[in-house]
Design a protein around this ligand. Structure first.
Ligand code: PMP
Length: 360
């Protein structure tokens, strides 16, 4: 719905509501249990925190605009070409840059119905048309995506695994999608939650970048690495895509604190492993506990689960009265669900104790 305004923004901008996230609060509760943003409940690596604190004397210096050390560290860790890595102010920025680079008025950006909310937002603000392909069982459906692709499709966004559903597509399905998509469509595999995945038929997509030249993979330091506050993500794609993103991005889009902390975080694989194990343990425990309460959570490969409630907003309010913040999913078109991030042991026990008192 276009508003009347003296200064006319580009088409599509008034079609989105401002995204409000982070800083979850409950009036009167000093330290609420925050399980609404899929953050790492164990925090960042001690080494990353120390590296961050250690550069306080350099705050007057611009960061390395090319994030060189970080790209080199990522390339070494994952066996990639550093020239084709582009770092961003969170992977959110990379999603927006990809849309701005490749799609505008008249172009289509395809995504799965309950895919990450930023895809339609980024598409609309670039003036492109966001096309949602229906899903099956809260899972992206390759046939449906292919049926909704057209010669106008410039980008296809697939979060794998997906937020908020927690579902994923196996490598074979990603390949089938790629084989059926029009030649001019670039597939963006958003793997923000890649480290949490346990399914054996899953692949992180990095090999597909090399093999096909039609895939961009995005990743983030906000989840398993616990650096959400620093806003840092990265993309790996064909050389031409990296070149385009480098032309479009801000000259110093990743701050110096973010770069040094991310490099240190990558080196602390012990913390990463510990975080992975913590998540697997408590995600399984939470599902078992809820099953005991006759609540069947949706299977998830991420650090969060969807929990069905007849009246999800009421359930969210009840948890809030117990000092627990979770996300009601109506804005994602999932009005019958809460999304609960896997927290610390104490936090998960508090959620279960609260739900034992909640009359479903
Ligand atoms: N992709 C997915 C699937 C996400 O869930 C998120 C975080 N909510 C992001 C991307 C963006 O993460 P960030 O910008 O913090 O890297």
């Amino acid at each position: 719905s276009a508003k009347t305004s003296r200064f006319t923004p580009r088409p599509g901008i008034y079609e989105v509501e401002p995204y409000i996230g982070g800083e979850a609060k409950i009036p009167g509760v000093a330290e609420p249990i925050r399980l609404a943003a899929n953050e790492n409940p164990l925090g960042a690596s001690r080494q990353a925190i120390d590296a961050y604190a250690g550069i306080a004397g350099d705050l007057h210096r611009y960061p390395d605009g090319g994030s060189t050390l970080l790209r080199d560290s990522l390339a070494t860790r994952h066996g990639l070409d550093p020239a084709r890595i582009v770092c961003g102010n969170g992977s959110d920025e990379l999603i927006s840059l990809l849309v701005r680079a490749y799609a505008g008025p008249g172009d289509e950006v395809l995504y799965s119905r309950h895919g990450f909310l930023m895809y339609p937002i980024a598409a609309k603000t670039a003036g492109a048309t966001a096309v949602a392909a229906p899903e099956r069982n809260l899972t992206a459906d390759v046939n449906s995506l292919l049926a909704h692709a057209s010669e106008k499709t410039r980008l296809v966004f697939l979060a794998n695994p997906n937020n908020p559903t927690g579902t994923y597509l196996p490598d074979s399905e990603i390949r089938r999608l790629l084989a059926g998509l029009p030649e001019r469509a670039l597939l963006v595999l958003d793997t923000a939650y890649v480290e949490y995945v346990q399914a054996s038929d899953y692949s992180d997509g990095l090999k597909l970048v090399e093999e096909t030249g039609r895939v961009v993979v995005t990743r983030t330091f906000s989840k398993i690495y616990g650096l959400a506050a620093l806003r840092i993500g990265w993309a790996y794609g064909p050389a031409e895509v990296a070149d385009v993103l480098n032309r479009l991005r801000g000259p110093f889009n990743v701050t110096r604190p973010a770069q040094v902390a991310a490099v240190a975080a990558l080196e602390d694989q012990t913390h990463l492993q510990h975080s992975v194990e913590h998540n697997a343990t408590w995600r399984a425990w939470f599902a078992e506990q809820l099953a005991r309460l006759n609540i069947r959570v949706e299977p998830s490969e991420g650090n969060f689960v969807l929990v069905p409630f007849a009246d999800a907003p009421a359930a969210a309010d009840f948890l809030k009265s117990r000092g627990i913040i979770v996300r009601a999913m109506a804005a994602y078109g999932l009005p019958g669900y809460l999304r609960v991030t896997i927290g610390t042991e104490t936090e998960m026990r508090a959620v279960v104790a609260a739900l034992e008192d909640y009359p479903q």
